[in-house]
Design a protein around this ligand. Structure first.
Ligand SMILES: CCC(=O)SCCNC(=O)CCNC(=O)[C@H](O)C(C)(C)COP(=O)(O)OP(=O)(O)OC[C@H]1O[C@@H](n2cnc3c(N)ncnc32)[C@H](O)[C@@H]1OP(=O)(O)O
Length: 300
């Protein structure tokens, strides 16, 4: 009893430390004023970010502003942050699919809002706000998939890179159009793209602002698979089936898998090894491990 209380206290403390680390990407010393940018974003309303938690521990996050090809208004940026907090607190979750309403993914930031906050201080604050949110999204202990239907443009293309995997439907495209807007990615999309496709390919995609179709995305390792269905419901069902091959099993184990991979991806080797040891300690002797020792499955 005392041992299990101690273990749970230790776990809570570790999670708290991790949460503090997550929150500290930008702080006041960087000139980041979260409350100020939130007030500003609040002025650009429209659309929504909806989260539904379906069976088998898979969450579906819907970018919902189809009139503007699911462009991110200010309030959608705020809602995304809220949904990410909700997902951080969803202890039974194992997987996440992000898709857009109306059979298209997302056309980046709402150009009406961008125009109104085109001064550099607001722009940088918005960039820091979105980087923080998307970094937390990327680090969720859930296996995440961007389901790219239609177009993922600008910030929409950046958002896909915050997921562990991308699946594309026939005829869809991912396009980093920033150069044509006189910009570079600012939501963390360049840093993540380099890690996904390598620096040479990232340089080509950003400097060429080229349309990346499913075939090229597969070739670059930007997409895992081209789905057969291009209709909204069919593609979502296919994406769920694809994801469930990786989320099958107890939440504690699937979440631990994602955590060790995140540590391996982000930390220097020694720190990653220490984190792996800590996470190993949470599953070793746990219910799934004990059960496996009883049933002794053969891995043929
Ligand atoms: C983080 C930094 C960034 O995100 S920078 C990149 C910002 N995004 C863009 O520049 C995308 C601009 N939009 C486009 O290129 C096209 O609309 C794309 C997405 C290719 C879709 O083309 P298409 O399928 O022909 O639809 P459409 O142009 O008729 O659009 C339908 C209505 O949606 C609107 N829309 C689209 N994207 C945005 C956006 N980002 N912000 C605001 N509005 C957007 C279009 O203006 C159009 O509206 P309307 O029917 O003309 O009233």
């Amino acid at each position: 009893m005392a041992a299990s209380l101690w273990k749970s206290l230790l776990q809570t403390t570790k999670e708290r430390i991790l949460q503090q680390r997550r929150a500290s990407l930008y702080v006041g010393a960087d000139g980041y004023e979260e409350e100020l940018i939130k007030k500003k974003l609040q002025q650009f309303a429209g659309g929504s970010i909806n989260l539904s938690k379906v069976n088998n521990g898979i969450g579906i996050l819907t970018l919902n502003n189809p009139k503007l090809m699911n462009a991110f208004t200010g309030t959608m940026m705020l809602e995304l942050q809220e949904r990410v907090t909700e997902l951080e607190n969803w202890k039974d979750g194992k997987g996440l699919i992000i898709h857009g309403a109306g059979n298209t993914f997302c056309s980046g930031s709402d150009l009406n809002a961008v125009k109104a906050i085109s001064n550099s201080q607001d722009g940088i604050n918005m960039c820091m706000f979105m980087q923080k949110t998307l970094t937390r999204l990327m680090r969720l202990p859930l296996i995440s998939v961007a389901l790219v239907q239609g177009k993922a443009v600008g910030g929409g293309a950046e958002l896909t890179t915050a997921c562990d995997f991308r699946l594309m439907t026939p005829g869809s495209e991912i396009r980093f159009v920033h150069k044509h807007m006189g910009l570079v990615p600012g939501w963390g999309g360049a840093a993540r793209l380099v890690r996904i496709v390598g620096s040479g390919a990232a340089l080509q995609l950003l400097s060429g602002a080229a349309k990346v179709d499913p075939e090229r995305a597969l070739h670059l390792g930007l997409s895992e698979e081209t789905l057969s269905s291009s209709d909204e419901t069919g593609a979502l069902e296919e994406a769920q089936a694809w994801l469930s091959q990786y989320t099958e099993g107890p939440a504690s184990v699937i979440r631990a898998v994602k955590k060790v991979v995140t540590a391996g991806r982000e930390l220097p080797l020694e720190a990653a090894l220490r984190t792996e040891k800590d996470i190993f300690g949470t599953v070793w002797g746990g219910p799934a491990n004990l059960q496996a020792l009883v049933t002794r499955p053969k891995h043929k």
